[in-house]
Ligand binder design. Structure first.
Ligand code: SF4
Length: 307
């Protein structure tokens, strides 16, 4: 018999919850179609749910007829995209996470004070695309120590270090220390740029890594943050599995597993986690407890003011 332990916090962060609520409510108020740039959040289940209700996910403004409603996703949207949407007379609603915008505002402030920015990122993430939409002369992107070594600045140049909000806490700490060793005078933001939801979810799966035999993360493979949760365990030599639905669990996965730890990323509805537990309970596993490492009680209200 395998004992199942649930990690918490898991599932929606307050800003993902808000973005999903905004899209649901605007759909109820105005009806389909509603357009969304990129994906409202990085989860296949949520995207499919909204597609069935008539939401169209598209970054191709050319194909979207004027005067329709477009919601900007939680990951942020480039100012050039907002302007192009306005030029098409689209009515817009912004569901961007303000913690992402905070980093962009820090960058603007530093640049206005004569700094150049070293920005730690994961190249393919939507949130980091802002770099391409900004001041490329003053922002230098880095994803590894190798890339940090390749940077060159004039002597006396003021430097500031920022990073994407949803990176691996440990890897980012390591890279920040490395960049600091290269540029000891570099300015850091007052507070960590890694958002609270990323920190809390990574900490929650790290807590009992030594006491469990395997980990299941419920999340999509398109979500790099879900992959990072698995990576924490893989680095400790403990098997982990990233799944959207229970039918992706191999038949023999529970063999020799005494304690199984389950969690999910901030864009995953909790009923998907419950589906996995129900599936496993029908196969010689038993839910035993939930371990809460941090309470999250934030709720962010919103208005459906179309711009
Ligand atoms: S995971 Fe972090 S950055 Fe992404 S929406 Fe939630 S709080 Fe914002």
């Amino acid at each position: 018999m395998t004992n199942i332990v649930l990690a918490s916090p898991r599932w929606y962060c307050a800003w993902v919850d808000r973005a999903i609520g905004m899209l649901d409510d605007i759909l109820s108020a105005h009806g389909a179609p509603i357009y969304v740039n990129h994906e409202i959040v990085h989860n296949k289940f949520i995207v499919n749910y909204f597609e069935r209700k008539g939401v169209i996910f598209s970054d191709d403004l050319e194909s979207i007829p004027s005067w329709n409603i477009m919601v900007f996703s939680a990951h942020w949207v480039a100012p050039s995209f907002v302007k192009a949407a306005k030029d098409k007379w689209l009515k817009t609603l912004d569901a961007s996470c303000p913690l992402v915008i905070k980093v962009h505002n820090e960058a603007k402030k530093f640049i206005s004070e004569g700094y150049k920015i070293i920005y730690i990122w994961k190249k393919t993430h939507q949130e980091a695309i802002w770099v391409a939409d900004n001041d490329l002369e003053n922002i230098f992107v880095v994803g590894s120590k190798q890339e940090a070594n390749e940077l060159m600045f004039e002597s006396g140049q003021k430097l500031a270090l920022l990073n994407q909000t949803t990176l691996s806490v440990d890897d980012t700490k390591d890279l920040i220390s490395y960049v600091q060793s290269l540029y000891p005078d570099i300015q850091l933001p007052g507070f960590s740029d890694i958002c609270y939801a990323t920190t809390n979810r990574q900490e929650a799966v790290k807590q009992l890594v030594a006491e469990s035999d395997a980990l299941i993360i419920v999340g999509s493979k398109t979500s790099s943050n879900s992959t990072k949760l698995c990576l924490i365990w893989e680095r400790a030599g403990i098997p982990s599995l990233l799944i959207d639905t229970p039918d992706e669990i191999p038949d023999n996965f529970l063999d020799n597993i005494k304690t199984l730890w389950i969690s999910s990323w901030a864009s995953v509805p909790d009923n998907l986690v419950q589906d996995v537990i129900t599936y496993l309970e029908a196969r010689w596993a038993k839910f035993t407890k939930e371990i809460v490492t941090k309470q999250e009680k934030m709720i962010f209200p919103y208005k459906l003011d179309l711009q």
